[in-house]
Design a protein. Sequence first.
Length: 171
Amino acid sequence: MSFPPAHRPDPSRDLTLERTVDVPPELVWAAWTRPEHVKRWFSPAPYTTVESEIDLRPGGTFRNVVRSPEGEETTVAGCYLDVVEGERLVWTSVLGPGYRPALDSFDPPFTAVISLSPTSTGTTYRALVVHGSPEHASRHDEMGFRDGWSAAWDQLVTVVHELRGDRTPTG
């Protein structure tokens, strides 16, 4: 998996996910950057995203409220650190809008680097989730990172196929 040099994974502290799918990068970008789309895929079913707020600029907010099947709500919020149109989103739960330290950070705190690369038939999606310690990475993994992010990615692909007008998603 390749990442920009400043974002080389540390296997003891970081979690990664990479997939290639048959949907164009511009629609994957739209699914990540428009609240009406994020609400449809961000939480792995049976969880739902009931609120989404995006201010797509460095220092802007990335905030989602996730509801469990039992009705419990969790806020996943952060601050964008880097936005490269159509290619990369970097956000952290450690900071809030305007780069202010977050008072109620997601536990465990993390920084996410989402990279999109066009392929001849679609998009390669890379997620690097950076943690401050091996313990935080382990806890996030035990919370279901791999299964949860993979399920959410499958849901994102379904949303993108619907945006494109496809009847049967593949990928």
